[in-house]
Write a protein of this length. Structure first.
Length: 408
């Protein structure tokens, strides 16, 4: 498939000034092409145009990209349906090479509007195939509900290790692509893992109707995508790739600002930065109520000739009407899931049916039912924020509120 000619690049064929016949294109030796990629500064406009044209053709999505995207989406959906890490890993390994993402980043930095929209369209179509596979698997999951969905819950949240893998993969993928003609398979797998897993998890959550997975997974995908584009663009900028026209600079600035805005918005850093510039909150003084006491002793004048004195007389109040005594409620005790891999909530201790799956740091309420020991393992009865009640292992809980000490 031929990549359309970018108007920001010189017209092809390139006519050199070294005495070659008119109209004959430059044929650079392989050694010189590799040397041009390895250098940080492209020698001139002629060689720069040739390198960009070659990179653009390599980055343009071909038919295999969409075929493997469809296969990858189907396997990822099956992995979430069966809650299988092995299938998820297989789907990532069968994912297509992320060269269209490199082409999108390269077009952003060099200011090529046409290549930008072409590679963006290819990425959207590939992502749609991934999303379709996850959504169909989610619809199939409704037949066997409830399901654990541990992997889908994990991939629909932001994790610091995932951000590190994404950053490293984005930098290595861009640098390897522009400096070598070899396929950067390992770096591509790192980027695919952080982009397609949350996207497929979001589609699975939408199809299955599981709360908390959709749209969290989609927001994680957008955050990862914006971070990858920003880091890839910075890597190309370090490698001295620059726009050639004012319109090219406009594309670079627009995409960079949009990516940065998404990162600040979805990560919550925008609220943190806004707090430094907002005025301090006004603290109003607390209102205190003055207690009013009733007097049961009142003075009564004495009927004698002596100087008037006051004799205290006891006034016995009438018998109060019996009222209902409020029953004290026990202080609720909360805990967080703290196991490293989440926890399963079961209908009965031991081998009961799974009614929900919780991720690490999820807050639950420990109900006053007595713990149950099954096969030397203690189970505790809890309630989730969604009102789901069930039994979890005591070992996966970390108390979030202190338990009042028992009185003798």
């Amino acid at each position: 498939m031929n990549l359309p000619q970018d108007p920001s690049l010189p017209d092809q064929p390139i006519v050199p000034d070294d005495g070659l016949p008119s109209g004959e294109p430059i044929q650079l030796p392989p050694a010189r092409r590799r040397r041009a990629r390895r250098t940080l500064v492209l020698p001139g406009d002629t060689e720069r145009a040739r390198v960009l044209e070659t990179l653009g053709r390599r980055a343009f999505p071909a038919f295999e990209f969409f075929l493997f995207s469809l296969l990858c989406g189907a396997i990822l959906g099956a992995g979430y349906l069966l809650d299988s890490q092995s299938l998820l890993l297989l789907g990532i390994l069968l994912a297509p090479l992320m060269t269209p993402w490199v082409g999108l980043t390269l077009a952003t930095v060099t200011g090529s509007w046409r290549v930008f929209f072409l590679t963006l369209t290819g990425l959207l179509l590939g992502g749609l195939l991934i999303f379709l596979g996850g959504a169909l698997a989610g619809l199939a999951a409704r037949t066997w509900m409830p399901l654990p969905m541990v992997q889908a819950n994990i991939q629909s949240h932001l994790w610091w290790p995932n951000l590190f893998v994404l950053a490293l993969g984005a930098v290595l993928l861009v640098a390897s692509f522009v400096r070598s003609e070899e396929k950067p398979l390992l770096a591509s797998v790192m980027v695919v893992y952080e982009l397609y897993l949350p996207l497929s998890a979001a589609a699975f959550g939408l199809g299955s109707g599981a709360a908390g997975i959709w749209p969290n997974g989609l927001l994680v995908f957008l955050f990862h995508f914006a971070l990858a584009v920003l880091l890839g663009a910075l890597t190309l900028a370090i490698l001295r790739f620059r726009p050639l026209t004012f319109a090219g600079y406009l594309l670079t600035v627009s995409v960079g600002l949009a990516s940065l805005a998404l990162i600040l918005l979805l990560s919550g850093l925008g609220h943190v930065l806004a707090g430094f510039f907002s005025p301090p909150p006004v603290v109003l003084p607390a209102l205190t109520a003055t207690p009013v006491t009733a007097a049961f002793w009142t003075p009564t004048p004495s009927a004698t000739t002596h100087p008037p004195t006051s004799t205290p007389t006891l006034i016995i109040p009438s018998t109060p009407t019996p009222s209902q005594t409020p029953t004290p409620r026990p202080t609720p005790v909360y805990a967080r899931i703290h196991s490293g891999n989440g926890a399963l909530v079961r209908s009965e201790p031991g081998i009961g049916a799974v009614v929900a799956s919780l991720i690490d740091d999820y807050l639950v309420e420990i109900l006053p039912e007595a713990p149950v020991v099954v096969d030397n393992v203690t189970w505790v009865y809890i309630r989730t924020a969604d009102g789901i009640e069930g039994w979890v292992l005591q070992s996966v809980l970390a108390l979030a509120t202190p338990v009042p000490a028992a009185t003798p």
